[in-house]
Design a protein around this ligand. Structure first.
Ligand code: PBG
Length: 329
């Protein structure tokens, strides 16, 4: 009698067709949201040194990127403005200007590619002279309630310009409910809210701050409003509150270092969860690939699949266009 394992898990892995048949998760271009940086002017592509392969685009070229995204099957874009330096102030009032760079970008994209969803970031950091997401007092503390009031105005400004998903990334208490109320009052019943519910004070945001021009301006850190990386239960409280206040979907950010949070949120609330694979994560993958540590395409697809496995409905990633094209082949 030969001895044999009663169960051979390798059997279903033995051929490519069988691996495909048994895959528990799939990644498609429809899972991806592509963050894009916008700059004023025309005919401009400004590469971001700390984010190799990512540029800021003026509106005319931004429209071309949006068409590429649509053609690759990407359903939604996330927009971030590199506000002109002379328009940044202590109070970030440019966020309320109906003709600011963000609103001009929304209108240009809705005009050219109306079938692509637009997610817009609500926070004051691209508009303030100190780089914080809200108003600061004399001690440098970000003031919650006065900030939330401005954020409501910023959200309405974006919705009026045509934004589809309002994404508050500021971490002020209570702002989701206030924004939801203002959107309803203004008749924007179908404008969604995706809250950056569990957003951590992270060392992975550096290249993003270069891209929106806030890194050199930022005084201190964001630890009095963004979460401590030591905490997980607190993330569940943040999510519970944002859902109670009317968030349609929630986001966890950064991505890979917080996969445990994604899974806990998904298991507890059974709602659509998104992840933001942030700028520092992108830069890390690019650096690893450039150093020969792994195949770039394989690294990109494996990390994106990790989000699906963890329970995500979708992922914001700077690799979105590249990944969508790989997946579409
Ligand atoms: C702004 C905002 C940040 C990111 C998204 N929205 C930066 C920050 O909080 O300092 C980071 C995204 C990334 O690193 O890719 N509130």
């Amino acid at each position: 009698m030969s001895s044999f394992p009663a169960i051979r898990l390798r059997r279903t892995r033995a051929t490519a067709w069988s691996r495909r048949l048994h895959a528990e998760n799939v990644l498609t271009p429809a899972d991806l949201i592509w963050p894009l940086f916008v700059t004023a002017g025309s005919g401009l592509e400004e590469p971001i040194a700390s984010l190799p392969g990512v540029s800021r685009w003026s509106l005319d070229l931004l429209v071309d990127r949006a068409k590429e995204a649509r053609d690759a099957g990407i359903p939604c874009l996330a927009l971030f403005p590199n506000t002109e330096p002379d328009r940044r102030t202590e109070d970030g009032r440019e966020a309320l200007n109906p003709d600011n760079l963000m609103c001009r970008a929304i209108r240009a994209l809705k005009d050219a590619v109306p079938e692509v969803g637009l997610l817009t970031d609500v926070a004051l950091d691209p508009y303030t002279s100190h780089g914080h997401d809200g108003l600061v007092d004399e001690a440098g503390y970000v003031i919650n309630d006065a900030t939330a009031e401005i954020l409501v105005g910023q959200a309405l400004n974006q919705a009026n310009a045509g934004a589809d998903i309002i994404a508050p990334s500021d971490m002020m208490d209570g702002r989701v409910g206030q924004i939801r109320g203002a959107l309803e009052d203004a008749g924007h019943h179908n404008v969604q809210i995706m809250s950056y519910a569990a957003k951590y004070a992270s060392a992975f945001y550096g290249p993003f701050r270069d891209a929106v021009g806030s890194r050199g301006l930022l005084k201190g850190d964001k630890k009095t409003y963004q979460m401590d990386s030591a905490n997980a239960e607190e993330a569940l409280r943040e999510v519970a509150l944002d859902l109670a206040e009317g968030a349609d979907t929630v986001m966890v950010k950064p991505g890979l270092p917080y996969l445990d949070i994604i899974t806990r949120v998904k298991d507890r609330f059974e709602i659509p969860v998104f992840a933001y694979q942030v700028s520092g994560e992108y830069a890390m993958i690019e650096a690893a690939a450039a150093a020969g540590a792994g195949d770039r395409d394989a690294l990109v697809l494996e990390t994106l699949m990790a989000f699906k496995r963890a329970g995500c409905s979708g992922v914001l990633t700077y690799h979105a266009l590249h990944a969508a094209r790989l997946l579409g082949r």
